[in-house]
Design a protein around this ligand. Sequence first.
Ligand code: ADP
Length: 753
Amino acid sequence: MKAPLLMRALSSEVNLHILSILKSGAFNPRELARILQKDETDISRRLKMLERAGLVEGKWMRIGKKNVKVYSLKVDEIKISFKPTEVIIKTITDESYQIPMFDRKVPNVNVFFGRRAEIEEITSTTARVIFIYGIAGIGKTTLIAKIFNNAFWYQMSELDSFDYLTWQFGLYLNTLGYSLLLDYLRSGGKNERDISELILDGMETTKAEIVIDDIHKCPDNRIIQLFTYLAPRLQKARLVIISREKINLGLKNVMYFHLKGLSAEDAYQLLRYRGIKIRPEKFAEVYHITYGHPLMLLLFAETYKEGEIRIHNFLDFLFNEIYQKLKEDEKVMLQILSIFDEPLEYEEIKTLYKKKNVFTVLYSLVNKGIVEKRGEAYALHDLLKGFAKELVSIDEKEYYMKYINYLLGRKTAKAFIKAFQYAVKLRDEKKVKELIEIRLRKFKRVIQDFPDSYMQILDQIKDNPYVKGELGNIYFQKGLFNKALSLWLEVKDRVEGIHKADVLSSLVDVYIELNEFEKAEKYLKELKKLLTKTQDLEIQLWYYIQLTKFEYYKNNHKNALESAFKELEIVRKLGPYPELESLVLLHVGDIYIGMGMVREGIQYYSQALETAKAYNLTFSEHVSYMELTKAYFILKDYARAIEYGKKAVQYFIKIRNYRRAIDTLAYRCLSYVGLLKLEEAERDAKEMIKIAQTTNYPLAWAGYIFLGIIKESKGEKGDEYLNLGREKLREYPWLYESVMEEVSRVRRDYFDK
Ligand code: ADP
């Protein structure tokens, strides 16, 4: 191992984060980039560097006709020992380690005065939740950052949403060794109750310490509900919430702390530190005006001239005084920072501020106490933003446009959403349309991963027809079919190009979902007409996806198969798109099974499995196991069915996808019956009943029927269970029939033996 390279690799926090994620399994750069919300090219470059440093190991896997590189962790720990004559670097395997989050860092506290009583009170409380509130600039952030300097720091903004926050929690808990929440989210899990429970479980198991800063900015009430849920339940973990206003999270286990100014003595020390020498009676006057407000004191120190203290509009006056004294470059920088809602990172500032002296100008503002460094970003204190905004003379539009282009270059979903927000701010409908096209082509997952953040922004210009189409996509994804439908019908003739294709294919999708095949066919034909005018692969793909589904539901298996192969061909032409590729492969498998060609079905399910494994698409991987369970059951290869069934059941229960867990459990249970392993079969049947009682998912009630049959096979009485099962499934006669058909299939086997 090369020591300098190793040290360089470890000095980057993004690299540390990659290493901590690899701890939970092998990953392909693409999926890693998705989890970390970073550009794939950047992640690949970093992985190669980590590989050269000997920290990770890349293996080529062959999937179909392509080679895919998959990375895993090579070492678990690094130990550096200092000896009189040398420094020894040793790597140790099989031990766990933690790293801090890079994205959400605790603000730096360089200078800190006083607050002894406050620190004592906060650190000695037995409440697991601390809610600290007080006016802007009073020192809340500084105090909490001083006390909880190892916590996970979450800075709330007006753009936040429940889905974004929970992903960040998932990533953070994953670095602490708790992967369930991240697994759940990656599989598309959305249930708020599940998420709250998983966060609670994860925080408690890892004894997490989380700080939420500026919660008063939170626009999503579900986040507040989450904290209200957590508050009385936390016992080992710690949650600290910072706010301008008091928000009620209940009484149990919460300490509410109202932060006031610094004591006179500490305020005096602060001024002295800033080089201000002031007579006691003058100081008394200053203290009387500021009440020990630290930010005001700092600004005062910046402007103080011997003997002069102005009282009216103290803060306004202070800020103007300071502003007059700034150099032109500093004024421009200040204005740039004031027109953006969120703190800007150094690279962003560099892009926006055209001149070369970025660093000097920025740090001169930091040293004057006007700009603060928060984690990796720089911001004007909220209290000063208002004043600064009034002085803005630069062209906002020019800066916003520049920022949008910069963000798009980052190629991440998060940056995309931010870019969209600025396009909306500018009310630039052309740009909005352009961004939606980018979303349709490049950021498909935004709709699944961050529907709430995206919707919040779209809602601001919901009269735009292109935006309506997008809102339809979100509603559809949330299962609100009729709402989606009415939006799409309204705009279908008002949008053009790829947008029109999206709306038409969505219409086909929703009508198939609603079992209205004639209407589905009508829009399928319209989509086909559009196809003749374009070479766009994306549009072709959408057409064939819908065509396959349509033919499959109409039981035209041969046509469905032909169309599915067309999909596969286009997907592969479009470049690496493993999520969709493995999905199409699964569909091909389904169609073959529908045609009674089980062996061919298995062949395609296995290909889907390989693709999913290579790209660490955990969800698709387990759906493949589920399908293989069913296929081997049909082939009466019960041992194999059980082998795959075990993997799928365990995973789906873990991520609380009970519908899929039950679908697999049913086949596994019957496979045990087929093998005469009645004890195991009974256990599965009981598990099904247990799930039925909490979820009421119809197929789960078949557990009673299975249990009755198992009891009878053992020579015990089973009718009671059989009757219960029949009763529960009375509303679903078709389901009852198909359950009985599968049962008789294994029973025949059983009696033959
Ligand atoms: P809030 O979070 O309440 O808005 P901050 O923590 O951001 O306030 O504090 C405002 C400013 O005052 C910051 O520049 C910070 O450095 C300074 N400050 C706050 N508390 C102290 C302290 N105890 N000692 C020195 N400086 C402080």
